[in-house]
Design a protein around this ligand. Sequence first.
Ligand SMILES: Nc1ncnc2c1ncn2[C@@H]1O[C@H](COP(=O)(O)OP(=O)(O)OP(=O)(O)O)[C@@H](O)[C@H]1O
Length: 464
Amino acid sequence: MSSEALTPRQIVAELDKYIVGQKAAKRAVAVALRNRYRRSKLDESLRDEIVPKNILMIGPTGVGKTEIARRLAKLVGAPFVKVEATKFTEVGYVGRDVESMVRDLVETAIRMVKAERTEQVRDKAERQANERLVQLLVPSGQKPKSNRNPLEMLFGQQGGTTQEEPELDSAIAERRRVVRERLAAGELENELVEIEVEDAGPNMLDMLPGQGMETFGMNMQELFGHLLPKRVKKRKLPIKEARKVLIQEEANKLIDMDDVIAESTRRAEQSGIIFIDEIDKIASPSRGTGPDVSREGVQRDILPIVEGSTVMTKYGPVKTDHVLFIAAGAFHIAKPADLIPELQGRFPIRVELSSLSLDDFVKILTEPKNALTKQYAALLETEGIHIEFTEEAIRELAQIAADVNQRTENIGARRLHTILEKLLEDLSFEAPELNLEHFAITPEYVREKVGDIAQNRDLSQYIL
Ligand SMILES: Nc1ncnc2c1ncn2[C@@H]1O[C@H](COP(=O)(O)OP(=O)(O)OP(=O)(O)O)[C@@H](O)[C@H]1O
């Protein structure tokens, strides 16, 4: 079954593999996603009438808001971007900048689609790259094409060659055959070969002042870049590196870029997800003067994008009507009702995420597929050290995280990252020299490495 057709229950089950708790938020995003699928089954006339119901996630920092949205996108291969709403209140901000979120979304889609297409043509690109390597290693010995008589170019290869060439050709063909075999056998991987690579250095057009032509919805490099000669430089690389460069070049030739752009635009428009964090920071409890005005201004700028408009990007116009927006914020001071009414109306689905408890921390440390303890264990395993966290050690870690969060600032599960890093700092440093197969992380070890710091409020503010 395609990921598009996942039922809400299946989506929640998938999210459960990575995120602990936060049931309401998982259900809300699952329904939003399923509604997209339902919408795609409708008649076109009705389909365009139904706009996605955007979601407002309310909850303290570090409890899984971004993670849920990001996982959801990953699950269905949807292009995803995260922006901080406060970014648009910064000095120097101009109204149009909010549109950059849509441009970023298309860029993300382009990268995704391009990677997929590259994968599809990979075998062919690799064969062609290998053939180019053969030709580089055994050049034909002919003069450069431009010096050749055009007639010779037309007929030369078809057998109308001069007297001594057939011999030469067959000698070259034989040498190429040998090289081809040795190449396939992997015998030449470290040989050096000179190839021409595109110079990725800064381009004259990129150096134009200002924010770039992006702001005008176009890109000078794309428009006029092809008029300039491509800058190439010669580099000597080992075959195994040169092959990578050539595969990418051949893949680029095999991929239809127009098609990539069309598909990316479609994906961004139909399944894109834009996550707007810190939305509460642009809401103001009291409308009026000073920074409030600028915050409200940002809301007014964001509104048309959320309502559905067309944004010019360097890949062409992109409609935002069906993009799913997920806004998030702690709403400690401002309340959702402090957003301008039009924006409130565009985020009808409200979900609250709860603070994480000690038990949640224990689960977060151990249960998700990518749980932190599993990540560190896998890293150390590469050094031949097998670490194991005892149950009590995990509880101790969770307890320390909860304590530090309470005593300093509550940053949710992010605290676990800093604590674990500190806990394993020494082991990570010494691992390559340690002659150790097994290592048990016990509560004593935890206390020894992070206990004291956690006790000391000032220290833990900096270190944990
Ligand atoms: N409920 C959870 N289950 C598993 N991991 C979690 C959970 N909550 C947070 N994490 C982990 O903590 C880190 C921070 O979480 P996340 O980015 O989702 O925070 P957030 O709620 O979006 O906060 P902010 O609004 O400040 O960005 C992530 O690495 C995430 O994996």
